[in-house]
Design a binder for this molecule. Structure first.
Ligand code: PLP
Length: 376
C-alpha cells in the first residue's frame, strides 16, 4: 500500500509509540493524585508541556491539552464567544476553514452571533484588505487557518494578526495542518490562540492542544475536576500527551531536511504527470508535500476508488467530509473551472514516502486517465 493521505492522518512514529508505552502500562497513575504512582506521569506531562511550548515559541502555562483539533477549534471560538453571550457580537473567519471552525461558527449564528466568512483568491489566500474592511466595532474574534487542509495554502497569518491587533481583537488560527510541518513562532506571528492535533504530525489520534496567550482568557467548555489549571477538566491522557510531545519534537528536529525531501517528491510527481490535462490548486506558499490536483473531465471520486484498487490511498477533499459527493467548499471558493473541479484529488506526502512511490502514483494516474479518455 502506498499511503499518500497524510493530511487526513499520519502513522504514529516509533519514537512516539515508545515514549507512550510506559504510560499505557506500568505508569498508569492518575496524574492528579497525591501518591508516588502519580509522580512520573505528572512529571511526564509537565515535560511534554514544556517541549510543546518551546516548539511554537510559547510558555508552558500557555499550552492546554485537548482531545484534538476539533476540540481546540471549538474551544477557541466558543470560549471567546461565550464571554459575550446575548450581546450580538461578530466573528470573522474565512470561507475555506475546516468544518471544525465553520460548523462551530454556524452554530454560534443560531445563538445570535454574526459571522463574516471572508472570500479567498484563486490560490486560496485571504486578502488582508478584506479583513480590514470586515472588522467592525462589534468584532470579538478573528479566526483564520494557518494552512488549508485541502489545498495546502499557507495564509498570511502575520499580516492578518497584525490587522486584528491594530483593532484590539484576539486572533485565533487553526494550525492543525501546519504544526510540526512549518516553523511557527506565536510571538513573531502575533497569534493569541492556536489549535493543533497530534495525529497530523505522527503522534497519536485523539490528542491535541490549544495555545492561549497569557492574559487572554476564555471560558472553559469542560467543567469538572479542574485539570489544566481549571480550564479543561477531565483526567489527562498521559500517554497521548507524551506521544504528542515526542512526535512534535521529532518533526521540529528534522523539519528542514524533511521538507526538502517532501518538496522534491512533490515536484517529481508533478513532472511525472507531464502530458496529462490537470491544474494544480493552491498557493506557491504551501505545506511541503501537499498537492491538490484537478483533472479535466474525470471524477475525483472515481480516481480515488481506482487508485485504491491499485493499493494507492489519496483523498478527494477533506478527510472529515470525504463521504460527501458534493464539490468541496474549498474547491468552490477558489473557483476551479467547472471542467476540472469534479476531478480533484488531494495527494499529501509524508516522511514514509519515497521516489519509487511517487513515480508509481504518477504512472497509475496517467494509466487511468488514458483508460478514461479511450472509453469516452
Ligand atoms: N482543522 C484542520 C485544518 C484539519 O485538517 C482537521 C482534521 O482534518 C481538524 C481541524 C480536526 O482535527 P482532529 O481530527 O484532530 O479533530
Amino acid at each position: 500500500m502506498i499511503y499518500a493521505d497524510h493530511a487526513a492522518t499520519t502513522p504514529i512514529s516509533a519514537t512516539a509509540l515508545q515514549a507512550m508505552q510506559p504510560y499505557l502500562d506500568t505508569q498508569y497513575g492518575n496524574p492528579s493524585t497525591l501518591y508516588r504512582l502519580a509522580r512520573t506521569p505528572r512529571k511526564a506531562i509537565a515535560e511534554a508541556r514544556q517541549t510543546i511550548a518551546s516548539a511554537i515559541g510559547a510558555k508552558p502555562q500557555e499550552i492546554f491539552f485537548t482531545s484534538g483539533g476539533t476540540e481546540s477549534d471549538n474551544w477557541a471560538i466558543k470560549g471567546n464567544a461565550f464571554r459575550h453571550l446575548g450581546q450580538k457580537k461578530r466573528i470573522i473567519t474565512s470561507a475555506i476553514e475546516h468544518h471544525a471552525v465553520l460548523n462551530t461558527c454556524s452554530w454560534l449564528e443560531h445563538l445570535g452571533f454574526d459571522v463574516d466568512y471572508l472570500p479567498v483568491d484563486s490560490k486560496g489566500c485571504v486578502n488582508p484588505n478584506d479583513l480590514l474592511r470586515a472588522i467592525s466595532d462589534d468584532t470579538i474574534l478573528i479566526s483564520i487557518m494557518m494552512a488549508n487542509n485541502e489545498i495546502g495554502t499557507i495564509e498570511p497569518i502575520q499580516e492578518l494578526a497584525r490587522i486584528a491587533h491594530s483593532r484590539h481583537i484576539p486572533f485565533h488560527t487553526d494550525a492543525v495542518q501546519a504544526v510540526g510541518h512549518i516553523p511557527i513562532d506565536v510571538n513573531n506571528l502575533g497569534i493569541d490562540f492556536l489549535s493543533a492535533s497530534a495525529h497530523k504530525f505522527n503522534g497519536p489520534k485523539g490528542t491535541g492542544f490549544l495555545y492561549c496567550r497569557e492574559g487572554y482568557s476564555i471560558e472553559a467548555l469542560l467543567h469538572g475536576g479542574g485539570q489544566e489549571s481549571g480550564m479543561r477538566s477531565g483526567t489527562e491522557n498521559t500517554a497521548g500527551i507524551v506521544g504528542m510531545a515526542a512526535a512534535l519534537n521529532e518533526h521540529i528536529l528534522s523539519m528542514t531536511a524533511e521538507n526538502e525531501h517532501l518538496e522534491a517528491l512533490r515536484n517529481r510527481l508533478i513532472c511525472g504527470l507531464e502530458g496529462a490535462d490537470f491544474m494544480i490548486n493552491g498557493s506557491k506558499s504551501h505545506i511541503p508535500g501537499s498537492l491538490s490536483l484537478s483533472f479535466a473531465h474525470v471524477e475525483g471520486e472515481v480516481l480515488l476508488h481506482r487508485l485504491d484498487l491499485m493499493e494507492i490511498a489519496v483523498a478527494t477533499g477533506s478527510a472529515c467530509n470525504s463521504k460527501d459527493t458534493v464539490l468541496s467548499h474549498v474547491i468552490q471558493a477558489i473557483q476551479v473551472p467547472s471542467q476540472y473541479a469534479n476531478g480533484t484529488i488531494r495527494i499529501t506526502l509524508g516522511m514514509d514516502n519515497n521516489e519509487e512511490q511517487v513515480d508509481q502514483i504518477a504512472h497509475s494516474l496517467k494509466r487511468l486517465l488514458l483508460q478514461f479518455s479511450n472509453l469516452s
